[in-house]
Design a protein around this ligand. Structure first.
Ligand code: GAR
Length: 224
């Protein structure tokens, strides 16, 4: 099934770009119907325009409250024919009205291993906390900020001589791959939700991959 995708973003839009590129190259079975940003001048709008994708700025400052903002956003998304929503660096909570319109069809990406370090500063918070392993999470969205059932996580070691910005760059690279994978699983209709758990149906086309070995960081120096 081809996802009819609406992307919501607030800023730079590199995740949106990764999704656009994957759809363009056929790695992701998606038709991107609209990109909406809540901030004027958000670079993501330019990215959409360059690819001939409908783009729209809905400035959140022009709305009285979240509910009226989301009512307008939903109207635009439906008018564009979107049936699946990817939040890609969208720094706003979505309301129950929004979620009711697209039940189990709203995904988000977060640059930390949830439920650790939710919020708008996931990388900084993990770095400052001294986490040894961090990464990113793609999840279905529920009304809780960065809550909702987890679809995929990717982990990497936090290197002791790297800056927060360097960590951020490495996490971004993981994000681009995992977000596209999660969306492609949705397009293949292979995700189901049981309580908080997301189950992935095996691929009919590919053999099941062996689980990768655990990431322990810093590495064990003996065979404990
Ligand atoms: C991404 O790292 C995304 O995970 C994060 O915002 C960044 C947006 O970058 N989202 C959150 O922190 C949500 N809580 P981008 O605009 O370059 O895609």
């Amino acid at each position: 099934m081809t996802l009819r995708l609406g992307i919501l973003a607030s800023g730079r839009g590199t995740n949106a770009q990764a999704i656009i590129d994957a759809a363009d190259s056929g790695r992701l079975n998606a038709d991107i119907r609209i990109v909406i940003a809540n901030r004027p001048g958000a670079m993501v709008l330019e990215r959409a325009r360059k690819h001939g994708i409908k783009s729209l700025c809905l400035d959140h400052n022009a709305f009285a409250d979240r509910e009226s903002y989301d009512r307008q956003a939903v109207e635009e998304l439906l008018a564009a024919g979107a049936d699946t929503i990817a939040l890609a660096g969208y720094m706003r909570l979505v309301t129950p009205l929004f979620l009711r319109t697209f039940p189990n069809r709203v995904l988000n990406i977060h640059p930390a291993l949830l439920p650790a370090f939710p919020g708008s500063r996931g990388v900084r918070d993990a770095w400052n906390y001294g986490a040894k392993i961090s990464g990113c999470t793609v999840h279905f969205v529920d009304p809780v900020m960065d809550g909702g059932p987890i679809i995929i996580q990717a982990a990497l070691p936090v290197l002791q001589d790297e800056s927060e910005d360097q960590l951020l760059e490495r996490i971004h690279v993981l994000e681009y791959r995992t977000y596209v994978q999660a969306l492609q699983w949705l397009a293949e209709d292979r995700l189901s939700i049981e309580g908080r758990r997301v189950l992935l149906a095996p691929s009919t086309a590919l053999p099941a991959p062996a689980p990768e070995c655990a990431l322990v960081w810093p590495p064990l120096e003996q065979n404990f």
